[in-house]
Write a protein that binds this ligand. Structure first.
Ligand SMILES: [Mn+2]
Length: 341
């Protein structure tokens, strides 16, 4: 292990004890799993299997299409199609490993089973973890859970067990959560981990093509429409706001994952420090905020939009109409921006 990765000794010893004999393990990640959720889970699954354990990945719901190529995805079970089997897998597991989330209400229909699980391990990089895991690995400074999985595997002395499939999964998680190595959480250590994963056999052009070059015409047209018709730029507040209604999405034959990354276009404009994306769902409005520098959007989301995240990337929800949610956000903006010049 390098000096710049910090795997806590107590948790590591706990994990060593747990895995000293073959175990049946359920690997659970969060609802609407992203590249890091799926990458860290499948990556760890491959390594655990190589170490002689039984490991089953459980997703609260299916992955967006652009992540389904990941090695081992076909063996994962999703709670939206196989709920009872997922719950049985949690019940029958010797331990449940929770990846890329830190509150048990993040796993949708699997929450009750997870709460009843007698032994849990947490591997996660979000702020303010709920205190529930017997073995907690929590590092909010890590760029991704996938990087943490790499570091834990290495600290276990299992680096040789990372094959090309695990490497591809972990690399994908790091790339997607670090914005392709550009967010502030990207460190020299992140680059070293990426280099090691290349040495373990990941073909990075394949990964980047699979992630980035998977658009359908409808999705690109929705993006064009969104930027032309549904983006408001407030230069005096260094903010861009995008809002999309159910009708907008329907017009472009929306599929899950289509609006992934849209919020970042707001942030790509010169002079913009804060980008917001409001998306109408049948039962609520989904809110995503992204920021640059010291602007702490996680606090804003926690206080006003029932969610959380990281300083520069946070997500939550609103119960009012789309228009009301945007209006409320715009009302909060001047003070928020003034407090963080
Ligand atoms: Mn993550």
């Amino acid at each position: 292990m390098t000096a710049s990765s910090s795997v806590p000794v107590d948790a590591l010893q706990g994990l060593r004890d747990l895995l000293s004999t073959p175990k049946r393990l359920a690997l659970v990640t969060h609802y609407n799993p992203d590249g890091d959720a799926i990458g860290s889970s499948l990556g760890l699954m491959h390594v655990l299997r190589a170490a002689g354990h039984r490991a089953q990945v459980l997703l609260p719901n299916s992955a967006p299409a652009f992540l389904r190529w990941m090695p081992g995805y076909d063996e994962a079970m999703a709670g939206d199609t196989k709920r009872d089997q997922c719950i049985s897998a949690i019940r029958e597991a010797d331990a449940v490993i929770c990846l890329d989330f830190n509150r048990r209400d993040r796993v949708g229909a699997l929450e009750e089973a997870l709460r009843a699980a007698p032994f849990t391990v947490l591997i996660d990089h979000h702020q303010e973890p709920e205190d529930f895991a017997a073995i907690p690995f929590s590092d909010p400074s890590a760029c991704s859970t996938s990087q943490m999985v790499h570091d834990i595997v290495e600290a276990m002395g299992w680096a040789e067990r990372i094959g090309p499939e695990a490497a591809a999964c972990l690399y994908t998680g790091i790339v997607t959560d670090s914005g392709s190595f550009r967010f502030g959480s990207t460190t020299p250590h992140t680059m070293r981990v990426a280099a090691r994963l290349m040495e373990r056999g990941v073909r990075i052009t394949d990964v980047h093509e699979a992630i980035a070059d998977d658009n359908r015409p409808d999705r690109l047209r929705l993006l064009g429409f969104t930027l032309t018709e549904r983006m408001v730029v407030l230069p005096e507040l260094a903010t861009a706001i995008i809002s999309l209604s159910l009708d907008d999405l329907k017009r472009f034959n929306y599929q899950q994952g289509d609006t992934e990354g849209f919020v970042n276009y707001g942030l790509s404009m010169r002079g913009i420090r804060l980008a917001a994306l409001f998306i109408e769902r049948p039962d609520l409005v989904k809110v995503s905020l992204r920021s640059k520098g010291q602007l702490p959007v996680d606090g804003l989301v926690r206080d006003h939009f029932n969610g959380g995240g990281h300083r520069n990337a946070a997500g939550g929800q609103a119960k009012e109409t789309l228009a009301d949610a945007v209006t409320r956000f715009r009302t909060l903006l001047p003070d928020f921006i003034a407090q963080h010049p």
